[in-house]
Design a protein around this ligand. Structure first.
Ligand code: ZN
Ligand code: FE
Length: 256
């Protein structure tokens, strides 16, 4: 199997997974770059997986369905271009010979889902949409800090070697913020240097791995003493898991 991030818009990745003949795409906000990749590799698009309703994740769904006949999967409780197979947490989507477990991850949007398969080229694979980014997490447009923290906890509990496919190249700006929160984190310093080199060569910083994120991502590390202390410097009322998480999220929203 081959896993390819197709760049779209300013900083989106439309993830294409294929076996040399058949393909699936995740969150195709734009059909054009997907159709070009399909013809370049002579692939038949079999499935479209959608994580949430935002236009930069769904804008190409109708055109791709029409051009290829691909089957569309998406969250049951959000407005996705019809017709599609409605999925809830605990469901399984069968695509490209793989079983994708559906995980409810509300927070960025109310009905956001993620897709997880335990064996792809011998490793677990996660498509997490705008819930988890490398070094960051999605903004809370429709959910509460408690919901987002619970969603991130579910993802953080996946195996450490999980290949994590995020849908935006936000890594460098996320890591600048992470360094402000946790300047003494040596893993973070090393990872930032590695990601700067990749971007200088115009390479994606993604996919990342869950092990890497657990070492550097402040939104997965809100129970670390260093992060709790930093959160209280930003907001003295931050005390428990949820209020620390909320403070870090608010700090990031304001960070320049
Ligand atoms: Zn979004
Ligand atoms: Fe997005």
């Amino acid at each position: 199997m081959y896993l390819i991030p197709i760049p779209a818009f300013d900083d989106n990745y439309l993830w294409l997974l294929h076996d040399g003949k058949r393909a699936l795409v995740v969150d195709p906000g734009d059909a054009g770059p997907v159709l070009r990749a399909l013809s370049e590799h002579a692939l038949q698009l079999e499935s479209i997986l959608v994580t949430h309703h935002h236009a930069d994740h769904t804008g190409g769904v109708d055109a791709l369905r029409e051009a290829t006949g691909a089957k569309v999967y998406g969250p049951a409780t959000e407005r996705i271009p019809q017709p599609y197979t409605h999925l809830n947490g605990g469901d399984t989507a069968h695509a490209l010979g793989l079983d994708f477990q559906v995980i409810d991850v509300p927070g960025h949007t109310a009905g956001h889902i993620a897709y997880y398969t335990p064996h792809m080229n011998g490793k677990p694979l996660l498509f997490c949409g705008d819930t988890l980014f490398s070094g960051g997490c999605g903004r809370l447009f429709e959910g509460t800090p408690a919901q987002m923290l619970a969603s991130l906890d579910k993802l953080a509990a996946l195996p450490a070697n999980t290949v994590v496919c995020c849908t935006h190249e936000y890594t460098l700006s996320n890591l600048r913020f992470a360094m402000a929160v946790e300047p003494g984190n040596a893993d973070l310093v090393a990872y930032q240097a590695q990601c700067i080199r990749l971007r200088e060569q115009n390479q994606p910083t993604l996919p990342t791995s869950m092990a890497q994120e657990l070492l550097v991502n402040p939104f997965l590390r809100t129970r670390q003493a260093t992060i709790m202390t930093a959160a209280r410097h930003f907001d003295a009322s931050a005390r428990d898991d949820t209020t620390v998480f909320a403070a870090i999220r608010q700090w990031k929203n304001q960070f320049k």
